[in-house]
Design a protein around this ligand. Structure first.
Ligand code: MN
Length: 397
C-alpha cells in the first residue's frame, strides 16, 4: 500500500508526538488567539489526550494564548518567562511562530524542544525550531499549500492516528473544529480544504461537543445555512476574550459539562453582539471622516486610542470592501501602536511592511491581511513610507 503523503515535516512531528504521549512528557501549546489558533490548540491537545488518557487527569499539558494588546503577535519574551520553570518540555507554537526567530532561539536555550505548525509565509528570516510544518516554507513538495493552521494540525493528527484502530468518531470530533476554523480563516475552499470542510461540516451535524451544541441551540442555528454558521457559531467563537491567557472559546470548546457550556456560550454570544455594535459605530465614524477629507488618498491610514484590537481586522475588511484601497488601522497604546491591515488582491501588504520595516517593531501575516506593531513616534514616517510604496505600485500597473 502506498503511504499517504503529508506536508513537509508532518510525519516527523506526528512521530515526536507519539513518542511524547507514550511517555507522558510535559507539553506546552501556544496558539494565536483567533479561532484558527484556538482550534489548532484544541485539536493538538485532544490528540495528546487520545494517545494517552492520563493527560486528562494530570496537568502535563499547558496551553497559552497571547494577549495581542500587551504581547503583540506570536511568541513573546513575556510568555517564555512565564513558562521557563517548565523546562525541559515539548513546546508547540501553532498558527504562529514562523516569524519568531529570536524567541525560538531563546526557547531552545531555556530547554524547550520547539515545534512550529504554522501556515503563514516566512518573512526574510525564518525561525529554526527543532521541527517545522509550514507549507509556505522553501522546499515544500506537498501540492496543496493553502491550509489554515488547524488543517495542518489535523494532518499531523491524521498521520499520528494512521494504522491505529480508533473509531471514526474520534477523527470527526477533530474535523468539526478543523472545518469551522478553516472557514473562519477564509482559506480557499478547494482541494484539501474542500475535503476537510466537507467532512467537518458533516461531522458537525452530529456533534457531541457541549460547547458547539450550546451555540447551535441558543442561536437556533440552521446547519445547512452558511450565513448561520458564520454569524452564530464562528463569530461568537472568534470574538473571544482571554482570561489569564486562556481564550474563552477554548474553554467553551473543551467544556465537558452541558450546563457550564451553556453559560459560557451565552457569554460569548453576548460579547459578540457587543463587539458588532462597536464595529458598526466605529465604521460609521471612520466613513464620515474619510468622506470628509480623505476620499482621494491612495490608502486609508487611521490611528485611534479607543478601538478594540480584536475588532480592527473586521473594521479594516469592511473599509476595504467599500473603498477598494489599502487599509491600515492602528490602535494606539502608551508607547506603541498595534495595526491590522487589509489590502486589495493586486497589492501585497507584507511586501509593503517589509519595505517600511525600519519604522516597525514587528510585522507579519498574509499579503491581503497582515499586521504590525510600531512606536507611536514612528507613525508619521511609516505613513509616508507606505504612501510612497503604494504610489510606486500604482505607477507600475
Ligand atoms: Mn491562521
Amino acid at each position: 500500500m502506498k503511504n499517504r503523503e503529508y506536508p513537509k515535516g508532518t510525519k516527523e512531528v506526528a512521530q515526536r508526538i507519539l513518542k511524547a504521549a507514550q511517555k507522558g512528557e510535559k507539553v506546552i501549546i501556544f496558539g494565536d488567539a483567533d479561532l484558527d489558533g484556538i482550534a489548532s490548540v484544541v485539536v493538538l491537545k485532544e490528540l495528546f489526550e487520545l494517545l494517552n488518557p492520563l493527560y486528562n487527569q494530570n496537568n502535563n499539558i499547558k496551553v497559552y494564548f497571547p494577549n495581542r494588546e500587551e504581547e503583540g503577535h506570536g511568541i513573546s519574551d513575556y510568555m517564555l518567562d512565564f513558562f521557563k520553570e517548565e523546562a525541559p518540555c515539548l513546546f508547540f507554537a501553532v498558527d504562529c511562530g514562523i516569524a519568531n526567530v529570536k524567541e525560538i532561539k531563546r526557547a531552545k536555550k531555556i530547554g524547550f524542544e520547539t515545534i512550529i505548525i504554522d501556515h503563514h509565509p516566512p518573512l526574510e528570516k525564518v525561525a529554526k525550531p527543532d521541527l517545522l510544518v509550514d507549507p509556505k516554507q522553501k522546499g515544500e513538495t506537498y501540492p496543496f499549500t493553502d491550509f489554515a493552521a488547524v488543517g495542518l494540525v489535523y494532518k499531523v493528527a491524521e498521520c499520528a492516528l494512521e494504522n491505529t484502530s480508533y473509531p471514526e468518531y474520534v477523527k470527526e470530533k477533530l474535523l468539526e473544529l478543523t472545518a469551522l476554523a478553516t472557514l473562519s480563516d477564509l482559506m480557499p475552499l478547494k482541494e484539501d480544504n474542500r475535503e476537510l470542510v466537507d467532512k467537518g461540516m458533516n461531522a458537525l451535524l452530529t456533534t457531541q461537543r457541549p460547547g458547539l451544541l450550546s451555540l447551535i441551540e441558543l442561536g437556533e442555528v440552521d446547519l445547512q445555512t452558511d450565513v448561520d454558521i458564520f454569524q452564530k457559531i464562528i463569530a461568537p467563537l472568534n470574538s473571544a476574550r482571554l482570561i489569564d491567557n486562556i481564550a474563552e472559546s477554548y474553554l467553551l470548546l473543551t467544556e465537558d459539562s452541558p450546563k457550564e457550556a451553556k453559560i459560557l456560550a451565552q457569554r460569548l454570544i453576548r460579547q459578540n453582539k457587543e463587539k458588532k455594535a462597536i464595529i458598526q459605530q466605529t465604521l460609521e465614524e471612520l466613513i464620515q471622516k474619510i468622506e470628509k477629507d480623505k476620499k482621494e488618498s491612495l490608502m486609508i491610514f487611521e490611528v485611534s486610542d479607543y478601538w478594540p484590537v480584536p475588532a480592527l481586522g473586521v473594521i479594516a475588511s469592511k473599509l476595504l470592501q467599500i473603498y477598494k484601497k489599502p487599509v491600515f488601522l492602528f490602535k494606539k497604546g502608551d508607547e506603541e501602536s498595534v495595526c491590522s491591515a487589509r489590502l486589495p488582491h493586486d497589492l501585497d501588504g507584507v511586501d509593503a511592511l517589509i519595505k517600511c520595516k525600519k519604522y516597525l517593531e514587528t510585522y507579519g501575516g498574509h499579503p491581503p491581511a497582515c499586521g504590525c506593531r510600531a512606536k507611536n513616534s514612528n507613525l508619521p514616517k511609516l505613513e509616508k513610507c507606505l504612501e510612497g510604496y503604494f504610489k510606486k505600485q500604482v505607477k507600475k500597473s
